[in-house]
Design a protein around this ligand. Structure first.
Ligand code: ATP
Length: 396
């Protein structure tokens, strides 16, 4: 039976991590063919600074040129609407009737796979393969693989880790640094020649500018709360070695859409390329984080993905939160005006450990929703399970 690998991605731009991964999979799985498929609009992640799809396609063609068995396909770029993998898998299944399909994804995609549209259907039609992007990720991948195995076949590979991301490349290009060793020299030449990822010369806003931006958008109490959350976030950033400016910006903006009418919040939220889970859509109180993440990108032109995600997940949390996301999440719960019954104890816990703080906060969040007989967002469940799993692993 023919074995075909499907390697999708934003490839914004394609880098040596992608190329190495493709080579490893070709060898290890004995693939006869691999399709590298740049996506048009990535549905699973925020994509600031997205180069034109023709440019991303052209760069992939350069990077994979001469690699036996590999074809760069424009099937998702040509397709109308968002690029959903399930549609790609169905299309390929029809084209290659007797082939075994392998869907190849990095750890970030694998760990969040259950948020993909029709993920169970994908697992029925393709074997899901993954490998770590950073050291120490394998355990989490095996655990996730066990959970997914109920629905289909998955494979975890222990390939050598190559720490590079397209985000890093874009930042290097923006700063005028060389990308040697991280991308194909011909791809670098293409980027420079076409003036990609240079960024626009935007007026950098300072912290006071952001205070003035939120002031007219929020009710007085909410405005006061945002100032306090920013103060607490900077305090935690100092304590735990995070960038204080980023902590301030994410925290001061975290509730920027909180006082917006619900229908407008929904409209902002739906502009997101991220797939929205049904439990989220039925709970207006958590919409403002997702709406805020879109608003700050489009209106304030914020491109820093960590800040955007800290705003997006500040109410519901998610598995694999960055340190900045944890800081904003916990600063929101422990700012000085908070006076719910456990507020003082939570302030003490976060002084001692961010990790403990997150665990306590998630237990609190899950209990709170259950007591009110309200559904939990998938992201919250996954965050809760992750902190619980780490605790069980530590005890073992
Ligand atoms: P960005 O930094 O913009 O988020 P990226 O580097 O993750 O981009 P994608 O185009 O989104 O690049 O990646 C396509 C696929 O390749 C994804 O499944 C991703 O997890 C995987 N991948 C990307 N870089 C690596 C790497 N260094 N090691 C292993 N897998 C990777």
């Amino acid at each position: 039976m023919e074995k075909i690998g499907i390697f999708g991605g934003t490839f914004n731009p394609v880098h040596n991590g992608h190329v190495r991964l493709a080579k490893h999979y070709m060898e290890q799985l004995g693939l006869s063919r691999m399709l590298v498929i740049p996506t048009k609009t990535p549905p699973h992640k925020a994509a600031p600074d997205l180069a034109d799809s023709d440019d991303r396609l052209a760069m992939c063609r350069i990077a994979f040129e001469g690699m036996e068995g590999v074809t760069v396909s424009d099937m998702e770029i040509r397709r109308e609407g968002k690029s959903f993998t399930v549609d790609t898998v169905h299309e390929l299944k029809k084209e290659f009737l007797d082939a075994q399909l392998f869907l190849l994804v990095g750890s970030d995609m694998f760990l969040t796979f259950r948020k993909w549209k029709d993920w169970q259907e994908i697992l029925k039609n393709a074997i899901l393969c993954t490998a770590a992007r950073t050291d120490g990720e394998l355990q989490a991948l095996y655990a996730c693989s066990r959970e997914l195995s109920e629905f289909g076949k998955t494979m975890v590979f222990d390939f050598p880790v190559f720490r590079v991301s397209s985000t890093q490349i874009r930042e290097k290009v923006k700063k005028g640094e060389s990308c040697r060793g991280f991308i194909d020299p011909k791809v670098e030449e293409y980027i420079l020649h076409h003036g990609l990822y240079k960024g626009q010369d935007k007026m950098e806003k300072n912290e006071k500018d952001y205070v003035e931006i939120i002031r007219p958008l929020l009710k007085p109490k909410r405005f006061e709360h945002s100032l306090n959350v920013a103060e607490q976030a900077v305090f935690l950033a100092k304590r735990y070695g995070e960038d204080e400016h980023k902590a301030y910006v994410a925290a001061i903006l975290h509730d920027i859409c909180k006082n917006m009418p619900q229908n407008e919040q929904l409209q902002w939220m739906e502009k997101s390329a991220i797939i929205l889970d049904d439990n989220l859509l039925t709970q207006p109180p958590v919409w403002h984080g997702f709406a805020g993440a879109e608003y700050i990108q489009q209106v304030l032109e914020i491109e820093d993905e960590e800040i955007i995600n800290a705003v997006r997940y500040h109410t519901i949390g998610r598995a694999g939160m960055s340190k900045l996301e944890q800081i904003v999440y916990l600063a929101d719960l422990t700012s000085k005006e908070r006076d719910y019954p456990d507020a003082e104890r939570m302030r003490q816990v976060v002084l001692h450990s961010l990790h403990e703080g997150m665990r306590e906060a998630l237990i609190f969040a899950v209990r709170n929703q259950a007591e009110k007989r309200l559904p939990l967002c998938i992201d919250t469940c996954q965050a809760y399970n992750e902190y619980l799993r780490e605790e069980t692993d530590r005890r073992a």
